[in-house]
Design a protein around this ligand. Structure first.
Ligand SMILES: Cc1cc2nc3c(=O)[nH]c(=O)nc-3n(C[C@H](O)[C@H](O)[C@H](O)COP(=O)(O)OP(=O)(O)OC[C@H]3O[C@@H](n4cnc5c(N)ncnc54)[C@H](O)[C@@H]3O)c2cc1C
Length: 128
């Protein structure tokens, strides 16, 4: 580990990796410590929608292309009630603030790739 890093981030989930990318863009040295393997966090299935403000942060920091490319807006949401589909116009209900459909593992993969492309290195230690 570099000895002159300014920020140590515990956890390579969406929060830690987003912070790492923002700090990198701000020129602040940081290291992300994760107890799981890279492949584990890159395959871990959880959420599937990134809400509007999260997407806005990536775009404002110039990460929209690398992190959000190819994702679609959650413009319409289908909810089934008693077996009958009901369509909600999310964009209209949220005043145009619809989120993005992006599986969390894809978000994590892209955040790691972007962090590495920005000059970070990835190292692992064998389990004790
Ligand atoms: C089973 C499951 C299903 C979910 N489904 C949805 C969903 O459908 N929709 C939705 O919006 N949200 C969902 N969520 C919530 C969403 O996944 C979380 O809000 C999101 O993962 C939070 O991101 P995070 O970076 O804060 O934390 P995490 O993703 O939990 O990342 C924290 C990281 O820190 C690491 N860590 C923890 N302690 C240490 C330590 N001491 N040292 C080193 N590393 C450490 C962990 O291994 C982990 O990789 C789900 C969560 C779970 C658990």
């Amino acid at each position: 580990m570099r000895e002159n890093v300014e920020v140590v981030i515990i956890g390579a989930g969406p929060a830690g990796l987003t912070l790492a990318n923002l700090l990198q863009r701000a020129g602040i040295g940081c290291v992300v410590l994760e107890r799981q393997s890279r492949s584990y966090v890159e395959q871990r299935q959880r959420a599937g929608v990134l809400e509007h403000d999260g997407a806005r942060v990536f775009e404002e920091w110039g990460l929209g292309e690398s992190v959000l490319s190819g994702t679609s807006s959650d413009g319409r949401l289908e909810i089934r009630l008693d077996g009958r589909p009901r369509l909600f116009d999310v964009a209209a209900l949220t005043d145009g603030r619809a989120g993005r459909v992006v599986p969390q593992q894809v978000l994590v993969q892209r955040l790691i790739a972007t962090f590495l492309e920005g000059g970070a290195t990835c190292a692992s230690t064998p389990p004790r």
